[in-house]
Design a protein. Structure first.
Lengths: 235, 91
């Protein structure tokens, strides 16, 4: 905090230089750019969806989205690996410790949770023709799940449970699998036949939404903080 | 000067102010709260630019999700330092 004045002056000068450079580059951009928008709109009828943003995310540039879901998985692995050795595979407990509220929170969550599920489901469906999609829907569902955890109306799953892990990886596996499925002949990885594009994209987005919701909720739940139940206890 | 331009100017000024305050404020909790408000105002800015999808993502992930994760980290820091104080005893 209390760096010598010369150092602070230099930091200020560097920040100004960098900020000014970024501002200059932004001002140099052409005011009206067609960019790739015309191309994206032209191919829209063959993409399977009518929302150009979803077409880019799930069809034209689905490779980027696939890698994003992979990054989310790695983030969860990173959080889980922060636990003590004996807690590995146990239940996360950070979220439950976060708030020690009174009875207001559970009562509020009981009212708001059904609305959260409804909004999440709507955003998922709307994604094919209007703003929305898997990430937004997944985040709303994850927030609902986080509220349930904070209100102690639900317990997080044990991080060692096969079911929980399957839900978390399902989105990436479904996305990757759909990419491989139609790779026959001239088609490249993640290239869908136009006739099947819509059902494929809706299926991928649905599974992705559930996986993203579970992953984000488990990220909030934090690393495992209690040892797993002893083996042979039945899973 | 139209009403829309005045609104945009206000949003830009608020963004700069919130960004500055969220890193300069002393209390970490206040910093997180300011950061969440910054995310919501930024979503408003995306909305004004007509990028509804980006606005949704910013509000849900940038403001909501990141805010909750930062609050969680804050709670963990407080808990860990309280535990260390208890273990080491009074100075």
């Amino acid at each position: 905090m209390n760096a010598p004045p010369a150092q602070r002056l230099m930091a200020a000068a560097l920040s100004l230089l960098f900020g000014g450079g970024v501002a200059w580059v932004v001002l140099q951009l052409p005011a009206e750019s067609t960019g790739l928008a015309t191309l994206a709109y032209e191919a829209l009828p063959r993409s399977g969806v009518s929302n150009p943003v979803t077409a880019v995310l799930l069809n034209y540039r689905s490779y980027d989205t696939l890698l994003e879901t992979g990054v989310l998985l790695l983030a969860l692995c990173g959080v889980w690996s922060l636990c003590r050795d004996e807690d590995w595979g146990g239940m996360p407990g950070a979220a439950a410790r976060l708030l020690d509220g009174g009875p207001q929170l559970p009562a509020f969550v009981r009212v708001i949770a059904p609305a959260g599920v409804l909004v999440g489901g709507y955003l998922l469906w709307a994604g094919s023709h209007a703003p929305g999609g898997a990430f937004q829907a997944g985040t709303v569902l994850a927030a609902t799940a986080a509220l349930l955890l904070l209100g102690r109306l639900a317990l997080p799953p044990s991080t060692g449970s096969i079911g929980a892990r399957a839900v978390v990886v399902a989105g990436f596996v479904a996305f990757f699998g759909a990419g491989l499925l139609f790779m026959a002949g001239p088609r490249a990885f993640l290239e869908y036949p136009p006739a099947l594009a819509k059902p494929l994209i809706v299926t991928i987005e649905t599974v992705l939404t559930i996986s993203i919701a579970a992953t984000l909720a488990l990220l909030i739940a934090g690393p495992p903080s209690a040892p797993p139940p002893p083996a042979g206890h039945g899973r | 000067v139209t009403l829309g331009f005045a609104f945009d100017l206000t949003v830009c000024a608020m963004l700069l102010f919130l960004a500055w305050r969220s890193i300069s404020v002393q209390s970490l909790f206040a910093g997180v709260v300011l950061y969440v408000v910054f995310g919501v105002v930024l979503a408003l800015a995306w909305l004004r630019l007509g990028a509804v999808d980006v606005a949704l993502a910013e509000a849900a992930i940038g403001a909501g999700m990141t805010g909750v994760l930062l609050l969680g980290a804050l709670g963990e820091i407080a808990r860990a330092s309280a535990e260390r104080r208890r273990r080491e005893g009074p100075p």
